[in-house]
Each structure stands twice: as C-alpha cells, then as structure tokens.
Design a protein around this ligand. Structure first.
Ligand code: NDP
Length: 240
C-alpha cells in the first residue's frame, strides 16, 4: 500500500520513480551494492529503502549506506543529528506531515502542552523534536510510561504513534485538544483504523485527524517535498 501510493504520487507530480523489488533472500551485500550504484547515479536524486527488512539484513547498515544528500526519508544518522540541532535539509516524512497539518490548520504550537505517545526513531522522537523547535512543551510517552492517561489528559496537542488499534480513548483527551492520529492499523482485510478511537475521541477533541485520510497522505506529500529538495541539492552539488 505504502509503495504503491508513493509511486502514484511521483507519477502525479512528474517525478520519475524506479522500483527495485528484491527477493526476500537477497543478501545484505547485494542490497548495499544497489544502494552504492544509486548513490553514484546522477539521474537519481532521492533513495529510500522500504522498511522493515528481513532479519538477516542489518537495517541500520542499509540506512547508513544511503548518501545523506539523497536520504529522502531522513533516517541517516547525519540527518537525524541535523534534526536535533534544528538545521536540517530533510525531515522524516510523517512528523513533517503532522507539522504541516498543524500549520495549515492555523494551530499555534508555542507554549502548548504537546504529548507524543510513541518514541520510535521514525515517528515519535523526530516528532517531539519538531514540536520542541516550535516552542511546544513536549512530553514523550512510551510503553513504560506510568499513568499514561494522566499525561495525555494534559495535552493541548496529542500525537498518537503507538501502533495499537483504538488505543487512545475519548476519556484520555483534554476537552478541545488537537488530536493527531499517526497510527495505521489493519484490523480486517478492508478496514484500517488509527491509534485513536475516533468515535469516543471526536466529541472531546477540538480538532482530530481521521484514519485513513489524515496523516497518511501528508506523509506521502512530504516525501515528494523531500525528493524535490534532494533534486535541487544534488543539482547544485553537481554544478560545484
Ligand atoms: P513502533 O512500533 O516503532 O513504535 C511504537 C511506539 O509506541 C513505541 O515507542 C512503544 O514504546 C510505544 N508503545 C507501545 N505500546 C504502548 C503502550 N501500551 N503505551 C504507550 N506507548 C506504547 O511504531 P512506529 O512509530 O513505526 O509507528 C506507530 C504507528 O504509526 C503504527 O500504527 C504505524 O503503522 C503508523 N505509521 C504511520 C505512518 C503514516 O504515514 N501515517 C508512517 C509510519 C508509521 P516502547 O518504545 O517503550 O516500545
């Protein structure tokens, strides 16, 4: 689903995309050699490796092999470090999409209590940093957090990135809060739900994102934005 949506978005806006579907038995060396080739290919501005990878492949080694200037997912340690300092080229697509939703909805982050549930490298941690850069007061919660509901009820802006269907209920939400549901959970062949129980949360929230159709499409849009930026960066680099 993710890969197809990315390909469709590229086609829609006029970015040529190349898909390298590799067998599950592909060795790490073969994968790294492909990445090396794409790093050197001036026709390629952006590279992403769709995670997760099979167990025999070291995911971090693969991420590390991608040229940071072509790393449109922003997972390379160089780009992760830049996000910490606030001086970055690429932002991970999902947190970037959440920030764009907040901005376009005219919601001010400064001085707000922001609670992020989930601390993954892909979503929770960068999400917390981006909110912090916009002067939110940020709490990051995870599976070992004590009394989670007490934390979430303080949130003016609540971001759920847990991966458990309908995990955040209406009674865990401060009345009027902005609720952003990053979760995408397939509970039946044709039924996707978020990490927030929409039916109970919607009456409590001041604003809420749906699943599907909320953060998911924004993630793809931000991937396109990163790819365009990568094209400019790599064009400038070649011109030097
Ligand atoms: P991970 O599984 O990597 O991380 C889940 C996080 O949730 C962990 O930090 C974990 O804590 C925390 N968690 C798990 N159980 C609890 C609990 N009972 N209470 C509090 N925290 C808990 O998931 P991702 O961050 O990759 O993804 C999260 C969700 O977002 C998934 O549904 C995924 O499909 C979706 N997603 C959506 C995208 C989009 O485009 N909309 C893009 C990427 C992801 P701990 O660290 O302690 O284990």
């Amino acid at each position: 689903m993710y890969v197809n949506n990315k390909k469709k978005a590229c086609e829609y806006i006029g970015i040529e995309s190349f898909e390298y579907l590799m067998d599950a038995g592909t060795s790490q060396e073969e994968l790294l050699s492909l990445i090396d080739r794409l790093n050197k290919d001036s026709a390629v501005s952006g590279i992403l490796c769709q995670l997760p990878l099979p167990d025999h492949i070291d995911e971090q080694a693969v991420i590390n092999a991608i040229d940071p200037k072509k790393d449109v997912d922003a997972f390379h340690p160089v780009n992760v470090g830049k996000i910490m300092t606030g001086n970055y080229d690429f932002v991970p697509c999902t947190p970037a999409g959440v920030m764009e939703l907040i901005k376009e909805s005219g919601i001010d982050i400064e001085a707000k209590e922001c609670v992020v549930v989930g601390r993954s490298n892909i979503v929770g941690k960068p999400m917390a940093m981006l909110l912090l850069h916009k002067n939110g007061t940020v709490t990051v919660c995870h599976s070992k957090t004590a009394d989670l509901a007490e934390k979430t009820r303080k949130a003016d802006i609540l971001v759920a990135a847990v991966g458990i269907p309908n995990f955040i209920k209406g009674d865990m939400i401060k009345p009027g809060a902005v609720v952003i549901d990053v979760g995408i959970n397939r509970i039946a062949p044709k039924k996707l739900v978020g990490d927030v129980e929409f039916e109970s949360a919607e009456p409590a929230a001041g604003a809420i994102t749906p699943v599907p159709g909320g953060v998911g499409p924004m993630t793809i849009a931000m991937l396109m934005k990163n790819t365009l930026k990568a094209a400019v960066i790599n064009h400038d680099r070649e011109a030097e």
